[in-house]
Design a binder for this molecule. Sequence first.
Ligand code: GLA
Length: 394
Amino acid sequence: MTAIVQTPAEVDFNALTARFRKLYGAAPDGLWAAPGRVNLIGEHTDYNGGFVLPIALAQHTAVAVRRREDDLVRVASTSMNHDEPITVSLGEVTPGGDYGWASYLVGVGWAARRRGLDVTGIDLALDSNVPVGAGLSSSAAISCGTARAWSDLSGWALDQETVADLGRDAENEIAGAPTGLMDQLASVCGRPAHAMQIDTHAVTIKQIPFDLPAAGLSLLVIDSHTQHTHAGGEYAERRHSCQEAALQLGVHELREVPVADLATTLDKLPPLLRRRARHVITDSARVEEVAALLTSGDDPRRIGSLLNASHASMRDDFEITAPSVDALQEAAVAAGAYGARMTGGGFGGSVIALVDRERSETVAQACVAAAAAGGFATPSVFEGVASGGAARVR
Ligand code: GLA
C-alpha cells in the first residue's frame, strides 16, 4: 500500500532559471525563496493585537528575478498555470485595479513606492510547492518572496518587518484580502526548528524552540481540499464582529481584555459577539501557554490538549471550521494524535496534528478513512517541518 504521508516535490531551481531565460531572453539576477506557514495556535488573533505562534514550512515559492530600468513588471508562473507573462506598468497600479494573481507581486512594487523607495520594474518567473487554497499562506509566500527579492536587488536595505509589511500591503490593498500580518511575518522571519511567538500589537517576535523530530514527534499537515466558497466574505465579517465587540467593551483591540473574569466581562455583549470575543481572547491566551510550555523544555506532547481546545473554540465560538475539517480533527485525535486543530483562516483548509513519528501513517490513514466515510474529498498529508524564512537561494 502506498504511504499516505507524502513528501512534496521540490521546486526545481535549474528548471526555473531555464524557464526565466526562455521567457525573457536573459539570465535572472538571482533566485529567492519564501515559505508557506502553518499556525500552531492563535487563530484570528492577529488583527486583534493578540498572539500567534506560526512556523515557516519547508514548502516555498521560488522567484527568479531580474531588475529592469523602466516601469514595467512582467510576471509568469509555472505553478499557477500562467506560463505567459502578464505585463503591468507600475505607475498604473492602484487599489481596486484588477491584476488577477499578479496583484500579489505588482502590489509589492506599489507598496514600496508608496513608502518613498526608489522602485523600477522587474521581470519575474515563479514556481511554488506551497499548496494553494489550503490555508498554508501560498499568497504570503509569493508576496514575501517578491518583496525580499525586489528589496535585495534594489538595495533598499529593509529589515524583516518592513519586508513583511510590503507583502501585507500588497495583499490588503492591491489583492483586496483584509489579512493581518501573521502570514507575512512567518514567511519572512521563519527559523529552522523554531516557532515564532508574535505579539501582533507590539510587532515583536520571540523565537521558540520547536524541534519535534528531536522529541520523536511529527506535525502532520492534513489538507482537507475543501474551501468554503464565501471564505473571503466570512473572514471580513469576523474581523468586523471583533471590531464591534471591542467597541462595545470600550477597548481599542480585543487583546486588551484580560482573561481573568472573562465571563463577567463578556456578559456585556450580545451572544454572538460574546462567542466571537471569547474565542479571540482565549486563543491568544492559549498561545502564551503553548509558548511557555515549549520554552520550559517540557515534553511538547503536553501542548496537545491546548490544540484541541483551540479547535473547539474555532468550531463552537468563532464558527470558522467546516464539517470536513471537524471530521479530520476528530479522526486524528481518535487515532492517537496528542492534539489537532484547523490552521489558518478557516472555512476549510488544513488540519495540523501532533503525533508520535511512528504513528504518522496510522493517523493519516484514519483521516483518509474518516473523509471517505463522511463523503468528503480525500485529504493529502505531509509532515510540517519548521524551516527558514524568505532568503536569496542563488
Ligand atoms: C489568514 C490571514 C491571517 C490570519 C489567519 C487567521 O491566514 O491571512 O492574517 O488572520 O487567517 O489566524
